[in-house]
Design a binder for this molecule. Structure first.
Ligand SMILES: N[C@@H](CCC(=O)N[C@@H](CS)C(=O)NCC(=O)O)C(=O)O
Length: 249
């Protein structure tokens, strides 16, 4: 009898713990945000989502990927800059959107040509190398690259151009970071991030996956302008541009 009682009490206790903590635990989602510094809409999405980090409980994973790889794989012929009437609209829309997000922005000289004919492989690999050191460093570098390009019209696509950004940010051992960006590890991560997006139907940037806490993709999302829907899906607040959070002025 004593044995039975002894057995019974801990069982009940365990059940109640299980019910209160595991069964009622919210099924926490995760947002993966795929971006490339060649993509100006990635800049807006990057600002929007990182500003919302302060008001969301949902974890956000930042994923530098290679936009040219996405475009090639998806055989996307619809890049707005390739269609003159969309190009004209996009130039205006970029300024309009930058104003909304409170981002200093003007179109660098020869913008369309540069966007269509320049590779972002160097800065993207440097972002991956920075992220291996520290995600906050990666975000600072990404923001500084975009700021240099859109606020000052200075290019950001070669090693020496990125090195200047690292120097301005006073990044420690920046030479090591530049060397690391050529490593197989970094190249593989960039490829894996790109393949992960492509494997889920990606054709453009920015791109997001909303996953469950086991990594299963519940929703894929294209565009910086989809953050209100993302917030709604996560049952999180959408607070607009949160311009008070802007870091580059
Ligand atoms: N409406 C989207 C536009 C995003 C966009 O046009 N991204 C470009 C790269 S910067 C792209 O991936 N375009 C591919 C396409 O439109 O098919 C937004 O506001 O973010």
């Amino acid at each position: 009898m004593l044995f039975l009682e002894f057995n019974f009490i801990p069982k009940l206790h365990l059940e109640s713990i299980f019910q209160s903590s595991f069964l009622k635990m919210p099924n926490r989602k995760v947002v993966k945000f795929f971006f490339d510094v060649i993509s100006p809409y990635s800049y807006f999405g990057f600002e929007g989502i990182t500003r919302h980090r302060s008001v969301w409980k949902t974890p956000i994973q930042m994923k530098p990927f290679y936009f040219a790889g996405v475009v090639k794989h998806s055989e996307n012929p619809g890049l707005p800059l390739r269609v003159p009437i969309k190009e004209k609209y996009m130039h205006k829309d970029l300024l309009f959107s930058a104003q909304y997000w409170g981002i200093p922005f003007r179109l660098p000289k020869d913008y369309t040509n540069m966007m269509l004919n320049t590779s972002s492989i160097v800065p993207q690999r440097i972002l991956v190398a920075s992220q291996l050191r520290d995600n906050a460093l990666m975000e600072d570098v990404a923001r500084a690259l975009w700021h240099r390009f859109y606020a000052y019209g200075k290019p950001i696509f070669t090693k020496s151009q990125v090195a200047e950004v690292l120097r301005d940010l006073h990044v420690k051992n920046s030479e090591e970071l530049l060397m690391m960006s050529d490593s197989a590890e970094v190249k593989n991560i960039l490829r894996e991030n790109t393949d992960e997006a492509i494997g889920n139907g990606c054709f453009g940037a920015p791109w997001m996956h909303i996953t469950d806490n086991h990594g299963k993709v519940l929703q894929t999302v294209f565009g910086s302008d989809r953050l209100p829907q993302v917030a709604d899906f996560l049952a999180e607040p959408f607070k607009g541009p949160m311009r008070e959070k802007k870091q580059n002025a």
